[in-house]
Design a protein around this ligand. Structure first.
Ligand SMILES: *Cc1c(COP(=O)(O)O)cnc(C)c1O
Length: 386
């Protein structure tokens, strides 16, 4: 049986799959089981900023695996201590909670916000995406993710993203937190305006609420800064990280600001959270991002890539937008057939919502590769596809 047949028989069924089986990667490239090569602008859904099969991270993982893989947080650990120091310094925030995925990072932030404020209201944004567990799902906007699981967690509400008046009207004495992406990813690659994000911070501070920034997708150099909030001079009270945090190894973190205060012991935790293997991977990945100046690279290549995509003349394009190497091309119709066509041209890309093509290449991508992507997009968008 083929890989595809095997998986089709035994997998849960919750994923729509593309017909290829990926078996190998290097940098910004991946290969399928028939040895076809692709420029990978899916990039593990944004979790492989440092590139596939990065030898620095692979070595760090191998070394740590032979030393100590697991160590629950009832004990201290050398790798974890190092990572906690590194993350808090990078974020300019005093404390951190370590976990294993984006949704867990959001879940922790919401719980910490309710604890710290003794309030329950969570205000999120329309088109926002924050994960699939109940707390995070309740903040996620998309109906098809939410409706099958209702009733969700109470006291959540949604306002239009980048709508300053709606924000001012929504935050009150019951609001524990405002939870926002700095650039909406799944919702269509939509950068927040400085006015909106700064107002969110100001309103939260004035009214005793906390600002949670979900940087799961935008973190670790993706948008041209280590964290996207640094473009705006923001200071979140809680920040959620995951995806590229450990070079593709599953890991998440919730950074905790000074307005959160001391958290009582035993109120939250995770068996695998802060495991030495993940911490070693993350330390190596962050070190690689800094040494190779991948955030600057994302800023430069991203600006060039965006400009090239804007120059594609096609009546199918509604808007091209993005920040750094987080780029979206919104079409006037559904993107699924175009994603399939791109694959035939050796380019893997993501959807963002129904009508936006999303590109999240590893930040080590070469300009040559992005040229191929632009060429493929141009070809595909100038051919009518039924
Ligand atoms: C991917 C993503 C999540 C969820 O992360 P998982 O690791 O899939 O749970 C949450 N927030 C944002 C902004 C994301 O892009």
């Amino acid at each position: 049986m083929s890989i595809q047949e095997l998986e089709s028989q035994f997998t849960s069924g919750v994923y729509t799959k593309r017909p290829i089986a990926l078996v190998r990667g290097a940098g910004a490239h991946v290969w399928d089981s028939d040895e076809n090569e692709y420029v990978d602008c899916v990039g593990g859904q944004g979790s492989v900023n440092i590139g596939h099969a990065n030898p620095v991270v692979a070595d760090a993982i191998a070394r740590q695996a032979k030393t100590l893989i697991t160590c629950p947080e009832m004990f201290y650990n050398d790798r974890r201590a190092e990572l906690e120091q590194k993350l808090t310094a990078l974020a300019g925030m005093p404390r951190v909670f370590l976990c294993n995925s984006g949704t867990e990072a959001v879940e922790a932030a919401i719980k910490f916000a309710r604890l710290a404020t003794k309030r329950t209201g969570i205000i999120a944004a329309m088109r926002g995406f924050h994960g699939r567990t109940f707390g995070a799902l309740s903040a996620t906007w998309e109906k098809k993710y939410r409706e099958p699981f209702e009733p969700l967690v109470p006291d959540y509400s949604h306002i239009a993203y980048n709508d300053v008046a709606a924000l001012e009207a929504a935050v009150d004495h019951k609001t524990a937190a405002v939870l926002l992406e700095v650039v909406q990813g799944e919702g269509g690659v939509r950068p927040g305006t400085a006015e909106f994000l700064l107002k969110a911070q100001e309103v939260c501070q004035e009214r005793g609420a906390l600002l949670i920034l979900d940087e799961v997708q935008t973190g670790f150099g993706r948008t041209g800064k280590m964290f996207a909030f640094q473009h705006y001079g923001l200071q979140p009270d809680l920040m959620c990280l995951a995806k590229s945090m450990a070079g593709g190894f599953p890991m998440g973190a919730t950074l905790i600001g000074s307005r959160v205060g001391q958290l009582p012991p035993q109120v939250h935790g995770s068996t695998f959270g802060g495991n030495p293997l993940g911490c070693a991977a993350s330390l190596a990945a962050i070190d690689f991002i800094e040494r190779q100046q991948l955030a600057d690279r994302a800023a430069e290549l991203g600006a060039w890539f965006l400009e090239q995509l804007k120059q594609i003349e096609s009546s199918l394009v509604r808007e091209v937008r993005g920040l750094g190497l987080m780029v979206g091309v919104e079409l006037k119709q559904k993107v699924t057939p175009y994603l399939q066509e791109l694959m035939k041209h050796g380019v893997l890309a993501l959807p963002a919502g129904l009508t936006t093509l999303r590109f999240l290449p590893p930040l080590v991508v070469e300009q040559d590769d992005l040229e191929k992507v632009v060429e493929a997009v141009s070809k595909v968008l100038n051919v009518e596809i039924a």
